[in-house]
Design a binder for this molecule. Sequence first.
Ligand code: 5GP
Ligand code: ZN
Length: 111
Amino acid sequence: MMADCLFCKIIKKKLPSDIVYESDSVIAFKDINPKAPVHLLILPKEHIPSVNHLKKEDRELMGELILVAQKIAKEKKLKGYKLIINVGRGGGQLIDHLHLHLLSGKLLELP
Ligand code: 5GP
Ligand code: ZN
């Protein structure tokens, strides 16, 4: 838990969010400013700032994030979806806690 991280606060339920999936290691909730009819954020509970901070031992965790995306998509019977990870400010990352965007339906703009 990083004291000044917005997503860590959501994980710790210190801030509200619309949670759609939760396990010991992963959480998924609705994006507050959706760019598509379905726009979810899937993230590790562990505070990893970005893809650039991943280590070899995080391989399984990263696989889990994608499998959670697949599970949610199946449950919601999505016809198809996009998974997006922004990396660094130059890549459009605004929140420094690694997260996967799951988007489905007509995309308004890229997150
Ligand atoms: P990034 O640009 O870092 O890849 O994506 C950050 C995402 O977090 C944005 O799509 C933004 O709408 C979303 N977001 C920012 N603040 C909050 C919040 O307080 N709650 C939720 N649920 N989403 C947020
Ligand atoms: Zn964090």
